[in-house]
Structures are given as C-alpha cells and as structure tokens.
Write a protein that binds this ligand. Structure first.
Ligand code: NAD
Length: 475
C-alpha cells in the first residue's frame, strides 16, 4: 500500500486499486482488459472564480468519469475542504464497481468541490453550484445520457435542484432533461424514498447477513437485528438513516458520533432525543444522557457488535484497527477501512461488509429516479388502483364465502395497492438481498477468498469484463 501526498495519510485511489488487484488475481481475464477496467477514463479538473462579498475566490473542483462501459456515468458530488483528485478518482472507481454489483446499468463517476459548505451562505453555495454545473455543461460532462450526478458528503436535495435548474436553463426543450441529476426533491422530479435509500440499504444488507445462522456462529452472535449493539459514526444522510433503521428494528444504539465528539451509552441511546439535541444545540458535546468523548474517533473502538462508519474514508487504519471491537464492520461510508486495517480486522475474525455493495442503496434508488424522469410517470400511477380494486373484490368474496368480516386494519393491509415509495423500497430490498447473496456465493465458490470485499470485487470484475467483451474489443 502506497502513501499519498494528500491531506490523507493514505492514497484512497491506490487502496481501491490494491483491493481490485487482490480480487483480479482470482480471475483469468487478460491484463489489458483488467487495466482498462481499473483506469479512470476521464478526469476533469477545473478552477473558476466566484465573487464572495468584496473579494474573488478561485474554486477548485473535479468531475471524474471512471468508466463508460455503460452510460450514463453516475456518481455523487462532494463538498468538503478535503476534496482532492486522488479522492474523487477513488470514489468514481468505486461507483463503477458498485453499479455493477447491484445491476444498475451505469458507469462510475464522481465529483467534488473543495469547499467547506459551512463557510458559505446559501446564496454563495448556490452561485458555486450553478457555476460548477455550467462548467460541466461546457465540457459535456453532464446530461441524462452522459453523466448524472447525485448527492454525497456535504450536498443534498437543495444542491441537486440548483444543478437541475441550471442544466434545464442551458438545454431548453430537452424532454429528458430532468434525468440529468438524481437525489432531487420530490417536487422537482425526485423519487420518494431516495433520501433514506443509502441508510435503508445499509440496514437491509446487514439484516441479511445477520439472518444467516452459519455466518453468525463464527462471530459468536445470534441471528437477527433485535438486541444487537450498534455504533454509528457520522449523523448525516447515511449515518442518521442507518441508525434509524437499526433502531426501529430493535437494535441498541450504544454509540453515535459527530465531527466534534462521540456518545456512548451501554443501555442504548434514544436517536430522536440525540437528533433533537443536535438540532437545538448545534453540538452533542453537552448531551447529558451519555458518556461524551471529545475525541470523536473513540467511537470506532467502542464495545459493540456492529460498527457503521458513515462519515469519510480512511478512518479505520493500521493504527486503530487493533482496538476495534466490533464483529461486523458495515461500510456506510466509502473507503472507511484502509487495506492494512482490513488485514488486521480479518485476522481478528471480523466480517467487513464493503462499501461498494453496502452503500449502493443510494445509486439503486437514483436509478429508479432516473427511470421515472425518462418515463415521465410516477411509479404506481398505472396499477395502484387496479390492484386495490382487485384485492377488495377478493376480500369481499372470501368474506361472503366464510360469513366473517375483516377488521378495517386487516382489510387495508391486504387490499392496499403499491404507492411509489412501496415500490421503491421493495426494489431496493430485493436488490440488496440478491446482491448480498451474489457476493456470498462468490465467497463460497472461491475457497481461497476469505473476505466479502474480495468476493464483491470478483462479482463486479466479472460483470464489467463481460460488458467490455460484449463490445468485441477483447476475445
Ligand atoms: P453528509 O454530509 O450527509 O453527512 C456526513 C456527516 O458526517 C456530517 O454530519 C459530518 O459532520 C459527519 N462527520 C464528518 N467527519 C466526522 C468524524 N470524523 N466523525 C464523526 N462524524 C463526522 O454525508 P453523507 O451523504 O451521509 O455521506 C457519508 C459517507 O457516505 C461518504 O463517504 C459518502 O461518500 C458515502 N455515501 C453517501 C451516499 C448518499 O446517498 N448520500 C451514498 C453512498 C455513499
């Protein structure tokens, strides 16, 4: 593993390449093909001026398209003062592998603007986002059939609306224009369930793992989520929603952390109370119902069964991995575990469920949003009422035959036709469960492979390689 001259001690892109190479050794593809799969096809580094009060700031930003073996390319846009080319390349590469694992027919991409959004007003952020979008349009780096951004660290629905509005203004009359970006508010062409999708996917993936007795036994754990001790790093989009779904399923949230501190309570934290405190006090440092650690990274070493790093990359390293006590490391964030840390954790017998599968719920539901934008119709609009009417007739026939009537609650549960959010969540659940088993089956099939990440990479390499081979370039 090589070190990088970046704010991080580790080269994130090199880490991804190392993981890729480890898996590629278990495949038989020609070197040229593997090199093409690994390469970042297009790297667009830009600088543009923005007027901030009475001065001009030169903004550094990126968009990387890792692969066009399927188009459009797809990947989030990150706003963070730690953004650098190495990081964006790594995240774009992970998107290629992620999309293939969950059968989303896109190539991988990622974008980043090197700013701390907390240092700018909403007006200034809007100007930066719109100018960034204009730069993407100028170089043909955005479009429903070219490259479709989405939210990532430091961005959300608001930024996606600005991107959409800028794109539409530059492309009048383009009927599929709303498919140029996903993660939009529902009122601006978004899909219900997208905001929670990544966290929900993290939960579905870990729930599936925990449902398999033979996988739980070596970890000394029982099956099921209820009662499992969970610690979550980062209470943003991915962290908060992951914590929420574990909490709702009866897990004990023993640890939660934000950028300035970590909270621990062996009896469990009340997530809504913690979030209310965070909202009202803008910090958790003063939260009274937990032991507070001023060193936020302490959370990674808490005594728990499931650890969900959901903030940033390279947080579990060779230095702290020996102290990690969790038996399951659930990668909500991209790249939270470095290769040297992974080696240590695997030796300790931990299971790491990798980012490229586990946080793919976001891109899966983004795919549904894109489909909705291209079809111009809300999911469920055509068949919800038909299903409901058919079910009502069926229930009435059963009631007539048996002479018994159902309660209003029972009747509603049985007759209910699927809304958009029901279909989105069901598509996500199916995707996360079936992809988990693809990875698990690869793990079982390759006797020399001992970890889920390598198995996930093998699944992904097989799929991307076959796409390239279908193009007829490789024999
Ligand atoms: P976000 O900006 O919504 O939230 C990140 C949170 O982490 C913030 O609240 C921030 O204060 C906190 N944080 C930062 N450093 C921390 C630290 N050292 N300790 C504890 N908390 C810290 O970002 P997000 O969208 O939730 O993304 C988080 C991670 O998940 C990133 O790695 C991102 O690439 C990945 N991811 C996001 C999505 C998505 O749909 N948003 C999808 C897939 C993967």
């Amino acid at each position: 593993m090589k070190k990088a001259a970046s704010p991080h001690q580790y080269s994130f892109f090199q880490n991804v390449e190392d993981y890729f190479d480890k898996a590629a050794a278990h495949t038989k593809y020609p070197k040229g093909l593997l090199d093409q799969i690994k390469a970042c096809n297009s790297v667009y580094q830009m600088r543009f001026p923005i007027k901030i009060e009475d001065r001009v700031e030169v903004i550094e930003a990126y968009r990387v398209q890792h692969s066009q073996h399927k188009v459009p390319c797809k990947g989030g846009i990150r706003y963070s003062d730690m953004v650098n080319q190495d990081e964006v390349m790594a995240l774009a590469a992970l998107m290629t592998y992620k999309c293939s694992i969950v059968d989303v027919p896109f190539g991988g991409a990622k974008g980043g603007i090197k700013i701390n959004p907390k240092n700018y007003t909403p007006d200034q952020l809007e100007r930066i986002t719109r100018r960034y979008t204009a730069e993407l349009i100028r170089k043909n780096f955005i479009g429903p059939g070219i490259d479709v951004p989405a939210p990532d660290y430091g961005t959300g629905e608001r930024e996606m609306s600005w991107i959409l509005d800028t794109y539409v203004a530059f492309n009048p009359g383009q009927v599929e224009a709303y498919g140029c970006v996903t993660g939009k508010p529902v009122s601006a062409g978004g899909v219900r369930g997208r905001k929670e999708a990544t966290g929900r996917g993290v939960f579905f993936g870990i729930r599936e793992l925990c449902s398999i007795a033979e996988d739980m036994k070596p970890l000394g754990l029982t099956t099921g989520i209820a009662g499992k001790r969970v610690a979550v790093q980062g209470l943003g989009n991915v962290g908060y929603h992951s914590a929420l779904f574990f909490w709702e399923a009866g897990a004990t949230l023993v640890g939660l952390s934000e950028i300035d501190c970590a909270l621990y309570n062996s009896k469990g934290l009340d997530l809504s109370d913690v979030m209310k405190w965070k909202e009202e006090h803008k910090t958790l440092l003063t939260y009274p119902k937990a032991k507070v650690f001023k060193n936020a990274a302490a959370l990674l070493e808490f005594d728990c069964d499931i650890l969900v790093p959901a903030a940033l990359e390279n947080v579990i390293t060779g230095d702290n991995a020996p102290n990690v006590k969790a038996k399951i490391i659930a990668e909500g964030a991209n790249g939270p575990v470095t290769p040297d840390a992974e080696e240590i954790l695997l030796k300790k017998g931990a299971v790491i469920i990798p980012d490229m599968y586990l946080n793919a719920g976001g891109v899966t539901v983004s795919y549904f949003e894109w489909l909705k934008n291209l079809s111009h119709v809300r999911f469920g609009r055509m068949d919800k009422r038909f299903t409901e009417n058919t079910n009502i007739k069926m229930v009435e026939s059963i009631e007539n035959m048996t002479g018994k009537s159902m309660s209003a609650g029972e009747r509603r549960a049985i007759t209910h036709g699927a809304d958009e959010v029901d279909l989105v969540n069901s598509g996500l659940e199916e995707t996360m469960i079936s992809s988990f088993h693809d990875i698990r089956n690869a793990l079982l099939a390759h006797k020399k492979v001992k970890d889920h990440r390598t198995a996930a990479f093998i699944v992904s390499i097989n799929k991307v390689a076959s796409s390239y081979m279908n193009l007829g370039i490789w024999p």
